[in-house]
Design a protein around this ligand. Structure first.
Ligand code: HEM
Length: 306
């Protein structure tokens, strides 16, 4: 019982720290700036090689949200700030929520490490976080730099539509033959990733991203391939701060196409939460402890939204 209480306190403190860092009082604890959209999902004829989940093997409507992380009041370097893309596929009892971001790794391996990482970034009464403490923490735990290093080395294109997103964790997928393997979800723009050449960093504000989104949707639809990167038996499935060996070049199956067709009133997305724990049969929960913490944290954040 005491153990459950301490876990719950940890999850609440993660949400509290996220809100302190991003400056959100009654909005989402992270990825607070965003735009709700809708569209359709068209499965490929190979989806059932990977999973029996009807969320991925049947056509359906899609509710989705593009977002930008970072401090709500802070200055923006939009090409170096993580972007999010959350989507809900499937109907009835077969809905799944997949939350993805523009980096393939997370910044902490364990929940305790995440709590420490976030608490260190809380603004102090005297202003921002303590840079000396942050440097010492990074030096002692180099894996907590992996995400920031990745983001710095991969400036993003000035459009949500040209960005590639990952769901980060390793998900166990079961197909109709009962075969189970780990997969990673990758969402790739159909036109190809227009990532900026290394070193070129332009400031793209979240308003500019939003304008671009509205223009693109006004002119046509926006298409992404939903890919399953196929795991191998010795892949590290418990550590979300590292990628699988040769992850970019390994075998992948295109599960289907997500077609974003229209802007949806923000209230539609704000009324509920994209919850990583919503997964229909055929895709299981990732086994790492960070994923388990997420299932609790999103509900806490929803309850604290205004
Ligand atoms: C590991 C990879 C992760 C990815 C890809 C990810 C992605 C996202 C995205 C895209 C959103 C915005 C949801 C929306 O559009 O409504 C979000 C929100 C949020 N994330 Fe994560 N996240 C990750 C890890 C975590 C972890 C480890 C925690 C905490 C333990 C966490 C806590 C939250 C919370 C509290 C929200 C706000 C929920 C709400 O009020 O709607 N995230 N995340």
């Amino acid at each position: 019982m005491a153990m459950i209480r301490s876990q719950a306190a940890k999850h609440a403190s993660i949400v509290g720290a996220m809100k302190a860092i991003t400056g959100t009082s009654n909005a989402r604890a992270s990825f607070a700036r965003g735009r709700c959209v809708r569209g359709t999902y068209i499965p490929s004829d190979r989806a059932d090689e990977v999973t029996t989940s009807q969320s991925f093997t049947r056509p359906s409507r899609v509710l989705a949200r593009f977002s930008v992380d970072g401090n709500l009041k802070g200055s923006e370097m939009g090409n170096l700030v993580l972007r999010g893309f959350s989507f809900r596929l499937g109907g009835g009892d077969h809905r799944s929520d997949i939350l993805t971001q523009s980096a393939p790794i997370h910044y902490a391996r364990k929940v305790d490490q995440m709590v420490e990482f976030l608490n260190m970034r809380r603004p102090r009464a005297s202003g921002g976080p303590d840079p000396v403490k942050m440097r010492a923490f990074s030096a002692a735990h180099p894996e907590t730099r992996h995400q920031a290093d990745y983001v710095a080395a991969h400036p993003l294109p000035p459009s949500f539509a040209d960005t590639t997103y990952w769901a980060v964790h390793a998900f166990p997928a079961t197909n109709a033959n009962g075969e189970r393997q780990f997969i990673k979800f990758k969402v790739a723009p159909v036109v190809g990733d227009a990532a900026l050449p290394g070193g070129e960093v332009k400031a793209t504000s979240s308003d500019a991203l939003d304008d671009d989104l509205q223009k693109r949707i006004g002119a046509s639809d926006i298409r992404f391939s939903l890919m399953a990167l196929l795991g191998r038996p010795d892949d590290p499935v418990l550590d979300v701060t590292i990628r699988w060996p040769n992850e970019d070049s390994r075998e992948a199956v295109r599960l289907g196409t997500i077609v974003i067709t229209a802007i949806e009133p923000d209230e539609t997305c704000d009324g509920s939460v994209f919850d990583p724990g919503n997964l229909a049969d055929g895709i299981g929960y990732p086994p790492d402890e960070i994923f388990a913490a997420r299932r609790a944290a999103y509900a806490i954040s929803l309850a604290r939204r205004g």
